[in-house]
Design a binder for this molecule. Structure first.
Ligand code: TXA
Ligand code: MG
Length: 322
């Protein structure tokens, strides 16, 4: 049985469970994470087992802002970005210290670190120490933004879920590799390239950010894997006529349109802007799956909504894509 935890007593129980090496789903400002002590290889292995996650996809270690003991090198760009954006939805990939277990980093020479802004997540890392945590979904499914989403995927497979309500950002953190000059965005997220560049100057962007099949490069391991996929087929119409094409598609049975724009009607969900859709995306994918929709068509997403478009392009890849 998976324990449902909430409130102060729930936080105390989550701390107790994590200290003993259990796997607990926790709220963060982006999506729910599936956490275990980062210094306990057996506990971290249980995260991979619960998710069905490929062993070659490394985890993010969540910290309370202190990276000592976890990194072999913390370059000036990392210091500047951490000062500007931590705690918050930014993950920094740096050279790892030897004592970080191999299972956390999938044997890589680097480790991904993030200091979360969510008060419950911060309280947990302060009390327990560094926590390894990927998103708390079954591998390949949309990330969970509520405790109910976590349970839909993982009930009975994990010790507990700490309910902190819906996640405010709704899309996963921006991942930036700071081992290179210039630093390189490996996954777009709530912290935009423009905001990163305002702090450290020019930033490179990995090809997989814009083209989903550009993810064969070993530097962005997560981008090789199928992601963010509901049971329904996802179709993305890009370009200025995308919303109109999506709305036209609902003439066929089993099709539901999700658009950024004013128009609404039967089998259409309209969001006022890309940020609102970004926050609601994963909940909307899960809601439409529960309704038994065959095909979800998206349109009207502005071309500068980089993180949202990246997730939609990944979700709309054919199922054979690795
Ligand atoms: O917002 C988030 O980042 C959420 C919350 C829970 O913190 N976590 C999350 O974790 O989205 P996950 O495991 O679903 O995605 C982590 C991404 C993956 O694409 C993974 O490949 C990449 O970060 N990553 C982790 N360690 C890495 C490393 N050493 N080098 C390159 N990429 C790494
Ligand atoms: Mg994930």
């Amino acid at each position: 049985m998976t324990e449902r935890l909430a409130g102060d007593a729930g936080l105390a129980r989550a701390i107790e469970l994590l200290r003993t090496g259990a796997v607990v789903a926790i709220p963060t400002e982006t999506v729910y994470g599936l956490a275990a002590r980062a210094d306990d290889p057996v506990a971290v292995a249980a995260i991979f087992a619960a998710k069905g996650r490929p062993a070659d996809n490394p985890l993010i270690v969540h910290v309370d802002g202190r990276v000592g003991g976890l990194v072999a090198d913390w370059p000036s760009a990392a210091r500047a970005l951490a000062t500007a954006f931590w705690p918050g939805p930014l993950t920094l990939v740096a050279r790892r210290a030897d004592r970080v277990p191999d299972v956390v980093t999938a044997g890589r020479t680097t480790v991904a670190l993030r200091s979360p802004r969510h008060p419950l997540a911060l309280a947990l890392v302060r009390a327990v120490g560094p926590l390894a945590a990927p998103s708390a979904n079954r591998s390949g499914r949309p990330s969970p933004t509520t405790a109910a989403h976590v349970l839909a995927d993982l009930d009975g497979r994990i010790a507990a879920v700490l309910d902190g309500g819906p996640c405010p950002d709704g899309l996963e953190s921006t991942v930036v590799d700071v081992t290179t000059r210039p630093p390189m965005v490996l996954r777009p997220g709530p912290v935009t390239v423009a905001r990163l560049e305002a702090v450290v100057g020019p930033i490179a962007v990995h090809p997989s950010v814009h083209a989903p099949d550009g993810g064969t490069d070993a530097r962005a391991p997560g981008m090789r894997h199928r992601h963010y996929s509901p049971d329904a087929t996802v179709v993305l119409f890009e370009g200025p006529d995308g919303a109109a094409r999506a709305i036209a598609a609902v003439a066929e049975p089993g099709v539901h349109a999700v658009v950024v724009g004013p128009s609404a009607g039967p089998s259409i969900t309209a969001f006022p802007d890309a940020d609102t859709l970004g926050r609601a995306l994963y909940a909307e994918l899960r809601r439409l799956d529960a309704l038994g929709v065959d095909r979800i068509v998206f349109g009207g997403v502005p071309p500068d909504a980089t993180a949202l478009l990246n997730r939609l392009r990944k979700a709309s890849e054919p199922p054979t894509a690795r």
